[in-house]
Design a protein around this ligand. Structure first.
Ligand code: NAD
Length: 296
C-alpha cells in the first residue's frame, strides 16, 4: 500500500487524509467542491501546528506530512493510481452508490474500496461494484487524528485477505481496529444511538433536565461527555437518520426516534452545527449553556 485516495474533504475526510499522510502514505484528497479542498488543507495545517506546539510532532514531520498530500476535484483521475480508496463523502445512499460505481470503473483492479459510512450497508455499497470481495467498511471516529478506534465492517462478500490487509493498515496508522459484521448501525451506532434516544426520551417525559441527564452519565458512568451534549456534537439530524436506519433495518419499535428529536430536527435545531440543540453554542466560548427551550 502506497497510494491512498480519500473521497470527500469534509470533517472526516480531512482527518483521514491527515493520519494517512502523517504515517507516510501518498494521499490524494478528492472533493467535488474546490473550496472545501482548500479549507481541508488549511484545517490539516492548523492541526499539525497544534501537534508541533504540543511537542508530539517536529517541524520536519509536519512538512513531510503536507508534502504527502495532493488535492483533486476529478474523482476518476484521483483514484486512477490508488491501492486503497477511502470514501468519506456526504451520508446519502444514492450518492454513495453512484460514487462506488464511478470508482469501481476508474480505480486499478486490485484496489480495495473502503467506506467510512456511519450507517449505510457495506453489502449494498459492494453490490454497486464489480468487486464486492474488495469492498469493506473503515469507520473512523471524529476527530480522526485523536480517536483510536477504527470499526472495520465486513460486508457479506468481503474477502478475508482484504479484512486482514485493512486490520494491518489500521494498526500502522496507530489505530485500534475492531472487526464487526454488516448489520444496521454496525456496533458503535447500534449501542450509542439507543442510549442517546433514551436520554432524549427521559428529557421528553420530564424525568430530568438536560444538565441532570448529562451529569448522571458523566459522573455516574465515567462518560467524558453526556449523551445530550454528544448528540449536539454529532448533529441531531445525523442521530435521527441513524435511528431511522436501525428502526427500518430491524423493524423493532425499540429503535423508534423520540418525537422530541424529530421536532428539534424539523425546527432546524441540529446541535453545534446550527449553534443550538440541547445547549446553545457561542463562537469562542467553551461554556455549556442549556437551550432556552429546556430551561426550568
Ligand atoms: P461532511 O458533510 O463534513 O463532508 C462531506 C464532503 O463530501 C463534502 O466536502 C462534500 O463536498 C463531499 N462530497 C459530496 N459529494 C461528493 C462527490 N460526489 N465526490 C466527492 N466529494 C463529494 O461529512 P462528514 O461528517 O465528513 O461525513 C462523511 C462520512 O463520514 C459520512 O458517510 C458520515 O456518515 C461518516 N462519518 C461521520 C462522522 C462524523 O462525526 N462527522 C463520524 C464517523 C463517520
Amino acid at each position: 500500500m502506497k497510494q491512498i485516495s480519500i473521497i470527500g474533504a469534509g470533517t472526516m475526510g480531512n482527518g483521514i487524509a491527515h493520519v494517512f499522510a502523517q504515517t507516510g502514505f501518498a494521499v490524494t484528497l478528492i472533493d467535488v467542491n474546490a473550496t472545501q479542498l482548500e479549507k481541508a488543507l488549511a484545517t490539516i495545517a492548523k492541526n499539525l501546528d497544534r501537534q508541533v506546539a504540543k511537542g508530539t510532532l517536529t517541524e520536519e514531520q509536519k512538512a513531510t506530512t503536507l508534502a504527502n498530500l495532493t488535492i483533486q476535484t476529478d474523482v476518476a483521475i484521483g483514484v486512477s493510481q490508488a491501492d486503497l480508496v477511502v470514501e468519506a463523502a456526504t451520508e446519502n445512499i444514492d450518492l454513495k452508490l453512484k460514487i462506488f460505481k464511478q470508482i469501481d470503473e476508474a480505480a486499478p483492479a486490485n484496489c480495495i474500496l473502503a467506506s467510512n459510512t456511519s450507517s449505510i450497508s457495506i453489502t449494498k455499497i459492494a453490490a454497486a461494484t464489480s468487486r464486492p470481495t474488495k469492498v469493506i467498511g473503515m469507520h473512523f471516529m471524529n476527530p480522526v487524528p485523536i480517536m483510536k478506534l477504527v470499526e472495520i465492517i465486513n460486508g457479506y462478500a468481503t474477502d478475508k485477505d482484504v479484512t486482514n490487509t485493512i486490520v494491518t493498515l489500521s494498526k500502522q496508522l496507530g489505530k485500534v481496529p475492531c472487526i464487526v459484521n454488516d448489520y444496521p448501525g454496525f456496533i458503535a451506532n447500534r449501542i450509542l444511538m439507543p442510549m442517546i434516544n433514551e436520554a432524549i426520551y427521559s428529557l421528553f417525559e420530564g424525568v430530568a433536565g438536560v444538565e441532570e441527564i448529562d451529569t448522571v452519565m458523566k459522573l455516574g458512568m465515567a462518560h467524558p461527555m453526556g449523551p445530550l451534549q454528544l448528540a449536539d456534537f454529532i448533529g441531531l439530524d445525523v442521530c435521527l437518520s441513524i435511528l431511522k436506519v436501525l428502526h427500518d433495518g430491524f423493524g423493532n419499535p425499540k429503535y423508534a426516534p423520540c418525537p422530541l428529536l424529530i421536532n428539534m430536527v424539523t425546527a432546524g435545531k441540529l446541535g453545534v452545527k446550527s449553534s443550538e440543540g440541547f445547549y446553545i453554542y457561542t463562537a469562542g466560548s467553551k461554556d455549556l449553556v442549556v437551550s432556552n427551550s429546556f430551561k426550568k
